[in-house]
Structure formats: C-alpha cells, structure tokens
Design a protein around this ligand. Structure first.
Ligand code: UDP
Length: 314
C-alpha cells in the first residue's frame, strides 16, 4: 500500500512509519515539526520507500499519485505541549483532520484517526470501555486537546456515514518508549530523566492518581491491526496494567537504582484521577494485547535516553 501519515516525525508517528515500512509499504510522511523532530526520521534518510514532506496539515496541501491509506496522527499530545499550543491543537484536530479526511476521500483511500483516552476525561467508569461517553470539562485547560479529539472522532464518523469512507478510530492510552522527548513533561520521561540525574522525582498531587503504560511497539502493533480491520467505532489501545503514580515513581527508582527523593507538587487542574483501558474489544476484534512488560519497556527507554544524552553532550 501507499500510505500517507501525518505527524510522522512524532514519537508514535515515527514508530508507526517504521512498522509500515517493515511490512513492505510505501510511506509519505507529513509533519510541521511543531512538536515532532527531524531526528526521529533521520534513520530513514536513505529509505527509497519513504518520502518526507514538511507540511502543516491545517494549511491546504495535495499529495501526488495514488494513496491507499491515510493515517492522521498529527497533534501535540503531551499536556505540556498542548497547554503551550492550545489553538494549534484545536486547529489540527478540526481543520487538520478535515483536510486528511478530504485527502482520503479524493484518493479513495481508507482512513485511520489516532484519538485518545482523554476523550473519557476524568472518568466515573473504571476501567474505561469504548461505550463510556466520558466526563470532559469543555472549558478547562485540557479541553483544547480533549475536545479537538472528540471533534475529530465526530468528523470521522460523519465522513464514514455521509460518504461511506472506510474509517477506523484508535483511542490511545498512555504510551512510552524511545523517541519521547526528555522534556515533554510527561511522567515517563520526567521521572526517568530525574532519576538518571539524581534529581527529585516530581510527583503531582499525592500520587494516588492512576495510569497504565503501554510500550510503543505494542501500541503500534494494535494500530496496524486496527488499520486493516473493518471496525468503524473507536477501539481502546493501551496496557491495562494499572498503578498509582507514586507506585510508578518507586518502580522507576528501583529500576534505575536511583536514590532520588520524591517531591510532591500541586496536581494540575483536571488531571484525571484514574485511567485504565478496558481492552476486551481490541482482544476480541484484533487478537491484540500488549506483550512488553513494564520493566523491559522501561529498560529499553532508559537506553534510548542515555544514548540521546550522550549525543547531546558530544
Ligand atoms: N505527573 C507527575 N509528575 C510529573 C509529570 C506527570 O506526577 O512530573 C503525573 C500527572 O499529574 C498525571 C500522570 O503523571 O497524573 C500522567 O501524566 P502525563 O503528563 O504523562 O500524561 P496524562 O496521563 O496526564 O496525559
């Protein structure tokens, strides 16, 4: 297949491009580098089946030639990034998604949207199944991300219903791995960076809020299976192994052998109290579930951060 991927220079986007290329596909990657990085695609410089175009998908654009699939992954995704770029986040979820859907329609291609567990907001139902409609503050600081993704889902379903477009929607839960930015503010790079530096681990609130962490290769495998499926409604992709953020801080200390202290900081506004995917649907429909254990995934991520720090220093 010839596949167009927006957000190709992002953390998950670049891994997804790698997977598509490994499966023998040809990829056109789009990114405006708002939060992505050219270094995430540097290893593809000599890959003849990969072409990169620097493109803001909220602006008009065309892609030459035939296209079989359009994958819309472009968006700031860490709370720090979308709080720094709230308007761009709303624009890419709305106008950007519209332009990618139009491209799929023009080319007669299938379409995959990467959405988010943030659609569930601060949930009252736990773990969260796809049938739960969520509890989102529409005017809070996180609303720029939550509502842009909810809008993107609605637009995707409208194009499916109105035009018969073959669409898929993935709801991605917390994902980690190599190529995350050390300074993107998310808890995995934050704690790992702090532990490796011997700095205090900054736990927000009392650390009793929960998350579960999916290694990026597992996530990408779920996305790939979903893209090939006929499922039109959202599918959760994430790791159901849930823990509190305080427990997570302790695991990071153990894994890195760090003696860092734990420092408590104020809980950000609207930070979800609990989050854990119900992945029964992905299991049944895609035969998918995460395989990489947290310790193993974190070890591979630490390796990446050590190498990246080495390159930055020399
Ligand atoms: N968090 C924390 N310390 C940090 C960064 C994040 O305690 O230095 C917490 C944050 O408040 C949230 C959880 O870790 O409860 C996950 O945050 P992240 O930004 O990784 O993603 P989110 O799940 O909020 O989108």
């Amino acid at each position: 297949m010839r596949i167009v991927v927006s957000g190709a220079a992002g953390f998950i986007g670049s891994h997804f491009c790698d997977r598509l290329l490994a499966e023998g596909h040809t990829v056109v990657g789009l990114d405006n580098y708002l939060t992505g990085a050219a270094s995430n695609l540097a290893h593809l410089a000599d890959e003849p089946r990969f072409r990169f175009v620097r493109q803001d998908i909220t602006e008009p654009f065309t892609v030459d030639g035939s296209v079989d699939a359009v994958v819309n992954m472009a968006s700031p995704a860490s709370p720090k990034d979308y709080l720094d770029h709230p308007i761009e986040t709303l624009d890419v979820g709305s106008t950007g998604t519209r332009r990618m859907l139009d491209l799929a329609r023009e080319k007669g291609a299938r379409f995959l949207l990467t959405s988010t567990s943030e659609c569930y907001g601060d949930p009252e139902v736990h773990p969260q199944p796809e049938t739960y409609w969520g509890r989102v503050n529409p005017v809070g600081p996180r609303s720029c991300y939550d509502e842009s993704k909810r809008f993107a889902e609605a637009l995707t379903m409208a194009c499916h219903r109105e035009h018969g477009l073959a669409t898929n929607i993935a709801r991605i839960f917390n994902t980690y791995g190599p190529r995350m930015k050390l300074d993107d503010g998310r808890v995995v790079p934050a704690f790992l960076g702090q532990a490796l530096d011997g700095a205090p681990l900054t736990v927000f609130g009392d650390g009793s809020q929960t998350r579960s962490f999916c290694y990026v290769s597992d996530l990408v495998d779920g996305l790939y299976r979903l893209m090939l499926s006929g499922e039109r409604f959202p599918v959760n992709l994430g790791n159901p192994h849930e823990m509190t953020i305080l427990e997570f801080a302790e695991r990071i200390r153990r894994l890195t052998g760090s003696h860092s202290a734990i420092e408590f900081r104020p809980l950000p506004e609207d930070d979800p109290r609990q989050r854990c995917p119900d992945i029964s649907k992905a299991r049944a429909l895609l035969g998918w579930e995460p395989r990489v254990q947290l310790e193993e995934g974190l070890r591979r991520t630490v390796e990446h951060f050590r190498r990246a720090a080495g390159i930055a220093i020399t």
